[in-house]
Design a protein around this ligand. Structure first.
Ligand SMILES: NC(=O)C1=CN([C@@H]2O[C@H](COP(=O)(O)OP(=O)(O)OC[C@H]3O[C@@H](n4cnc5c(N)ncnc54)[C@H](OP(=O)(O)O)[C@@H]3O)[C@@H](O)[C@H]2O)C=CC1
Ligand SMILES: CC(=O)N[C@@H](CCC(=O)OP(=O)(O)O)C(=O)O
Length: 310
């Protein structure tokens, strides 16, 4: 029997991308609400409780409401794309490659939180180095990033694309999150296994999809004899045996003159790079992904498939 999937928020940016990815799937039955009724609570509650898996592509408050609406129904499992439950202990964090046990946790979980786009890059770079004991306690981690503007959902897309929008943004590249309190910091700290909150400096560029996340490191403050080669080797070992996150060979990245933030737009994979000169003092870790691919909808479909394979 086909698994019943309901995407709550199916007409938004993340929801639409998931729907497109699932459009040709014969093993699924997609439950749907007409766009005009997308905020009809009764219809949402009925659909949520008729699904095997409900994928929540909603703002945090609406995700929490969907959770309440289904709390008494053990037949429905939730996969939430919002920030609401990403550090909640009852929810499995949906980053399958972050350690060897994570796939099994996602498979068997009733509740799965889909990672944020920036945290996918940051945790992807940091966690293996913490787990391997390379990045020491107390190290001050900084995360600098640029995202395509679809990362801000329908509202930011309209502000960037519609010149008549009352809050039109004309900038081609802007910094935000300037209070240093971005909602992704707790998630980066928890799943990055960091004892100190990272300093996170996000930005947006005038391109729809794509993302670069950078974590610069001072080797002498890391200590333990860490080198560009040992850091690269730790990432390679961590990501061996799967095909979604790849670690670019050092010899290949050493020849790159630049990195294009849009390189993986439209794809659901992530590339990790380690930049630095052998014997040098500095290393720059870089993650390249599509904010709507491995950063959102691609990861959601991957997680849904894991949940269905339980
Ligand atoms: N865009 C991205 O790159 C990423 C987004 N996410 C997260 O995914 C979630 C969805 O984001 P995104 O798709 O970008 O956002 P959008 O604003 O593009 O879409 C959200 C959708 O949810 C609907 N919605 C809002 N409130 C309610 C409600 N109370 N009841 C029912 N439907 C509602 C909206 O309808 P309406 O049009 O009426 O507002 C819209 O259709 C967010 O939590 C976001 O943080 C996560 C990772 C990346
Ligand atoms: C460019 C942009 O505005 N990006 C969003 C994050 C996108 C994302 O990862 O979504 P979640 O909100 O679900 O974590 C932001 O900074 O709030």
């Amino acid at each position: 029997m086909a698994a019943k999937i309901f995407i709550d928020g199916e007409h938004g940016t993340t929801g639409l991308q998931i729907r497109t990815r699932l459009a040709d799937r014969r093993d699924l039955e997609l439950l749907s609400i007409p766009e005009a009724e997308r905020r009809n609570e009764k219809m949402r509650e009925d659909m949520l409780n008729s699904a095997d898996i409900a994928i929540l592509c909603l703002p945090d408050d609406a995700s929490k409401q969907a959770y309440e609406m289904t709390a008494a129904n053990n037949n429905v499992r939730l996969l939430d794309a919002s920030t609401a439950f990403r550090v909640h202990p009852d929810w499995a964090y949906g980053f399958a490659e972050m350690d060897k046990a994570q796939k099994a946790k996602i498979r068997s979980a009733r509740y799965v939180s889909n990672p944020g786009c920036y945290p996918t890059g940051a945790i992807g770079l940091i966690r293996p180095l913490r787990a391997a004991g390379i990045l020491p306690d107390g190290y001050p981690v900084s995360v600098n990033a640029v995202s395509g503007y679809t990362g801000g959902g329908k509202q930011l897309i309209a502000q960037m694309e519609d010149k008549t929008h009352p809050e039109h943004l004309a900038a081609n590249n802007f910094l935000y999150g300037l209070t240093m309190k971005h909602k992704h910091v707790p998630e980066m700290q928890t799943h990055g296994l960091l004892d100190r909150a990272p300093l996170f400096a996000p930005s947006v560029g005038r391109f729809p999809q794509g993302m670069i996340v950078q974590v610069p490191l001072f080797l002498e403050d890391i200590g333990g004899g860490a080198t560009v080669e040992s850091i690269h080797a730790a990432l390679v070992a961590h990501y061996a045996g799967q095909d979604i996150v790849s670690v670019v060979p050092l010899a290949e990245s050493a020849k790159l003159p630049r990195i294009d933030a849009e390189e993986l737009a439209g794809q659901d994979t992530m590339k990790l790079f380690v930049f630095g000169t052998p014997g040098g003092a500095h290393v720059n870790l870089v993650a390249l992904l599509d904010n709507l691919g491995k950063g959102a909808s691609g990861a959601a479909v991957q997680n849904m498939d894991l949940m269905l394979s339980a």
